[in-house]
Design a protein around this ligand. Structure first.
Ligand SMILES: [Zn+2]
Length: 392
């Protein structure tokens, strides 16, 4: 059996070991500080006698994949764990225990998955959580980090573990003993990962993402610790202050101010819609060669209203609708009554392609847009010219 130096002393970065067994590229040592992964925590990187450890696995003992090695059984080798990477994972892992514990003290939640890699530290959780709960949990966790709670790792017999006090999934424990990580009197959890000795080492913990995930009812939480967390927090705080200043509110009242602004915006959109309906209702046709041409352009009108109007216009015989909504882009609707023969899609694309735009639809009804604003009157006159119904 390999002596697990990563459990004996998680701060071992450099160590000497004896080669125990060799099988192709895989090497086992009598002792190792390379954590082989587990509990969501990524495997360690590093070198053995200067050669890269590309992978590690738990088989009979712990085996490391070292391509290109010429090791013989009994040989003494010098090993180094990529310490910067590992220490970040230890800090993140300990932070994860505290974060999950803080959340679970506030709501019935279940841990679905943990991912602790240098690129992403995340928790997948099932249960009821919201932003207020996240805020309370974060404040508690950071308070405890600053208190400098001791983190202990102890091995107990499986029968001695009180599952009402220790977070443990007994069905996942193989063997008779359980390794329990306790953080002060705050949290106890069964875990085989690698942790720091004092919460102060985490420095600071910040959530960088909280979103609902699939399947429904699951949540994904991403977090950072230490310098990364401090940097993100500073950046988010400044953005928050900037947004508050724009809204004319205090940062602590930002949410209310934002919701008020949203409600004003909805009301404004609704009244714009009502105005648009009135304008569309008063549209009069221009009769050319016996065909009633309804053409008009509007600023930022609701596109669905425009389409509905075109449909209603062209339900009467001998009619064509050419309607435009102008915004930072222009949106064109061309429709005709069934007794007319123009192909609306090709007319629309002929006109829009001049401005880098395009569209689609059916022969009797087509819609499309331009990538930038084009004056509505220009589009309408080009359509009329294309179908040979311009006044000139
Ligand atoms: Zn752990």
């Amino acid at each position: 059996m390999t002596l697990k130096l990563y459990h004996e002393d998680p701060y071992t970065a450099g160590f000497e070991a004896r080669v125990d067994h060799v099988e192709g590229e895989w090497v086992s040592l009598d002792r190792t500080a390379f954590y082989p992964g587990g509990g969501g925590q990524d495997k360690d990187h590093g070198t053995i006698d200067g050669l890269m450890v590309e992978d590690s696995r738990l088989k009979d003992g712990i085996e490391h994949k070292v391509p290109g090695h010429m090791f013989r059984v009994g040989q003494v080798v010098q090993c180094y764990v990529d310490w910067g990477r590992r220490y970040e994972l230890m800090r993140s892992h300990t932070g994860e225990h505290m974060l999950f514990s803080a959340l679970s003290k506030r709501s019935e939640i279940e841990l679905v998955k943990i991912s602790l890699t240098p690129e992403k530290r995340s928790l997948m959780i099932k249960g009821n959580i919201d932003w207020d709960l996240i805020k309370d949990a974060l404040q508690e966790v950071n308070g405890l980090i600053f208190q400098g709670l001791e983190v202990r790792a102890e091995v107990f017999s499986k029968d001695c573990v009180d599952s009402s006090r220790t977070r443990i999934k007994l069905d996942r424990i193989h063997g008779d003993s359980v390794r329990v990580i306790s953080i002060g009197d705050y949290d106890e959890a069964a875990c085989t990962g690698v942790h720091v000795r004092n919460t102060m080492e985490i420095g600071f913990l910040m959530i960088t993402k909280f979103t609902s995930a699939k399947p429904t009812g699951d949540w994904e939480i991403e977090f950072q610790v230490g310098e990364d967390a401090a940097r993100s927090s500073a950046s988010y705080a400044v953005e928050m202050l900037r947004a508050s200043e724009r809204l004319g509110s205090n940062p602590q009242d930002f949410r209310v101010a934002f919701e008020n602004r949203e409600s004003e915006r909805s009301k404004a959109i609704e009244s714009l819609k009502q105005c648009s309906k009135v304008m569309l209702g008063s549209l009069e046709p221009n009769v050319i060669k016996g065909i009633s041409i309804y053409s008009a352009h509007f600023n930022g009108i609701d596109r669905k209203l425009l389409m509905d109007k075109a449909t209603s216009i062209t339900s009467s015989a001998s009619s064509i609708a050419i309607l435009v909504s102008e915004d930072d882009r222009s949106y064109l609707v061309i429709a005709r009554s069934p007794d007319q023969s123009i192909d609306c899609v090709s007319v629309l694309n002929d006109v829009l392609s001049e401005f880098g735009g395009r569209g689609g639809g059916k022969a009797g009804f087509a819609t499309g847009g331009t990538p930038t604003a084009v004056e509505g009157g220009v589009l309408i006159s080009k359509v009329l010219k294309r179908i040979g119904l311009d006044d000139g």
